[in-house]
Design a protein around this ligand. Structure first.
Ligand code: P6P
Length: 335
């Protein structure tokens, strides 16, 4: 059987190679990967374990927390507290940042995560995932403000999708790689060494039920896709919407496409539904590293300067030429 590259081998090669991956960052990635294996075990229990349904609480977003949201959050906190690689953590499920307890050494990095993205899919057995982003701590006391760095400051980003396969997708700024969990060995095995997003696509992902609430440029782009080969696009489009960002982005990294969650007039003061720090920024880093593009309709998402830990953003990401088109429509309309 041909030699399969493990996550450990990949990280050791990144330490030696161009990335000069620091030891603390290598440890961080290995700890997060191990935590994702533990989360996968809980997710895969389903109705056989006491993991389905709601936890009877709400998160800072005012969303009802699922039991698995809490479980995944606790797994990531407990796995990362003691290693000496982190200064602090921030999570969709926690109002404020979580500092490393004084009994443990403080490290150089800040870890942000959505511990279980796509929670509405848990009870119906549809793919969900963990999204994570890594920043360098700039020193001093760790506060929420320590995390307010633009996406371009990320040193690592990734996700783990809990689907038919359990797959870890990662970038340290040297392209995008995918590892599939070999459950017999309990190890992450590289299954794609150079993920590339095709520049063009015939597949878009958006929640069409919100169509009447969109701004004109968004409606124009989708109307043209729906007109198909008889319209200005001259080709027919297909549509997918999993309602799990990790699953939709994984499809786009695997075969191309464009994912959009735009501003809409239901809550005009909110720029969008998705969160900048632990959903849009890590996914944008991955998409750009794979040759794609990611904007909020008018600006590169990774250049946005955050002002709040849980701020939201409008997201359009994926195949470069499609994202460029829908972004240009927004720029033309000044929205
Ligand atoms: P809607 C999941 O709750 C999530 O944050 C993303 O993973 C997903 O893309 C989006 O919301 C789905 O939103 O409004 O279609 O349910």
């Amino acid at each position: 059987m041909s030699h399969r590259v493990s996550l450990t081998q990949y990280l050791i090669e990144q330490q030696r190679g161009a990335a000069q991956l620091p030891a603390q960052l290598r440890l961080l990635i290995e700890v997060v990967a191990r935590a994702c294996k533990s989360i996968a075990i809980s997710v895969n229990k389903g109705a056989l374990g006491d993991v389905l349904g709601t936890a009877g609480s709400e998160n800072v977003q005012g969303e009802v927390q699922k039991k698995l949201d809490i479980i995944a959050n606790e797994v990531l906190i407990e796995a990362n507290e003691w290693g000496g690689h982190l200064a602090g953590m921030a999570s969709e499920e926690m109002d404020d940042m979580h500092a490393v307890p004084n009994r443990y050494p403080q490290g150089e990095y800040l870890l942000l995560f959505d511990p279980l993205d796509g929670s509405s899919n848990i009870d119906v057995n549809v793919s969900i995932g963990t999204i994570f982003s890594v920043l360098k701590h700039k020193g001093g006391d760790v506060t929420n403000d320590s995390f307010l760095q633009p996406g371009t400051a990320q040193v690592c980003a990734g996700y783990c999708v809990y689907g038919p396969q359990t797959t870890l997708v990662l970038t340290v700024g040297q392209g995008v790689v995918m590892f599939t969990l070999d459950r017999e060995q309990g190890s992450w095995v590289m299954t794609d060494s150079d993920v590339r997003i095709p520049e063009d696509t015939k597949e878009f992902a958006i929640n069409m039920s919100n169509l009447r609430h969109w701004a004109p440029p968004m409606k124009r782009y989708i109307d043209e896709c729906l007109e198909g080969k008889d319209g200005v696009r001259g080709k027919d489009f297909n549509m997918r919407w999993v309602a799990s960002m990790v699953a939709d982005v994984h499809r786009i990294l695997t075969r191309g496409g464009i994912f959009m969650y735009p501003w809409d007039k239901r809550e005009p003061n909110k720029p969008g539904k998705l969160r900048l720090m632990y959903e849009a920024n890590p996914m944008s880093f991955l998409v750009e590293q794979a040759g794609g593009m990611s904007t909020n309709g008018t600006q590169r998402i990774m250049e946005l300067q955050p002002t709040q830990l849980h701020e939201r953003v409008s997201v359009m990401l994926g195949s470069k030429n499609e994202v460029a088109r829908v972004t240009q429509y927004h720029l033309d309309q000044g929205t």
